[in-house]
Design a protein around this ligand. Structure first.
Ligand code: HH2
Length: 265
């Protein structure tokens, strides 16, 4: 899944793909580079980020979702916590809703996903991006995240979302310290054991920076390394800024897994 931030303040691409044509061109470029899904977001969720008004978020993302959906068969995902934004984006051609609040921010979200027959990414977080750093306290981070994800998946199913359309994401960096992120990655098979496809978003996050330093090249290599390890541990989707590197890393991990089962020729 390639990340397309249509925000002026995203920490990773700093508004370089701010509007219209440039955002659409970058989305298509990521598909050419190997992305199977493009995730369009109009609200930054970095720690401390403020909520964006609904109309502003829609004005940012809808033209991009519509143009990309018309230009490619690959599914477009809408990264939003707001049911109205999701509904409009699904109407404009998106097929996946990526909700970083795990359907908790907007009570109408689960119904919107169900009625559209869309797929949903349920991500774990606590509080809102504005306050989440203060909430990074756990007794057993893996178990607490696992149980929360299972409970939210059941909320989605009760609202009418088919089980096969639910993807779970532990939410690296969302109300989690570097240590929490590493523990979750190391215990990923326990989250995969819930039986839903698992998605991981490690790309360029600050815990990677903390380990390998600020050099952008090193951050890119380390992000791809985490992608490979996540897939080797059972993840089905990785959310990335650099599809070429991620695709190569993921293919190596998948080939190694296939060889163990005697399926690599
Ligand atoms: N991370 C970010 C945003 N959305 N969605 C899911 N499912 N999983 C993630 O890990 C995730 C996410 C934050 O990264 P980025 O898009 O680079 O920044 P911003 O929040 O500024 O858009």
């Amino acid at each position: 899944m390639g990340i397309l931030n249509v925000t002026p303040d995203s920490f990773s691409d700093g508004g370089r793909y701010l509007v219209g044509d440039r955002a659409i061109a970058h989305g298509l470029e990521m598909i050419r580079a190997g992305a199977d899904i493009v995730d369009v977001g109009g609200e930054s969720t970095r720690p401390g980020a403020r909520e964006v008004p609904e109309e502003q978020e829609m004005a940012r993302v809808l033209p991009v979702v519509e143009a990309l959906s018309r230009s490619t068969d690959r599914p477009i995902s809408i990264d939003t916590r707001k049911a109205a934004v999701a509904r409009e984006a699904l109407g404009a051609g998106a097929r996946i809703v990526n909700d970083v609040s795990g359907l908790a921010f907007d009570p109408a979200m689960a119904g919107v996903v169900a009625r559209a027959g869309a797929a949903v990414v349920i991500m774990h977080m606590r509080g809102t991006p504005e306050v989440m750093s203060r909430l990074a306290r756990y007794h057993d981070v893996v178990e607490e995240v696992r149980q929360w994800l299972r409970a939210r998946a059941l909320v989605a199913e009760r609202a009418g979302v088919r089980q096969s359309r639910i993807i779970l994401d532990p939410g690296l960096g969302f109300a989690k310290t570097a240590t929490h992120n590493l523990r979750i990655l190391a215990a990923l098979p326990r989250i995969c054991a819930l039986g839903y496809p698992v998605m991981v978003g490690a790309s360029r996050k600050s815990f990677i920076r903390r380990i390998v330093g600020d050099d952008p090249g090193a951050i890119g290599y380390a992000s791809a390394a985490v992608d490979a390890l996540a897939v080797a541990a059972g993840a089905s989707i990785v959310r990335v800024h650099e599809p070429v590197a991620a695709r190569a890393a993921v293919r190596m991990a998948a080939a190694m897994a296939a060889s163990v089962k005697g399926k690599f020729r």
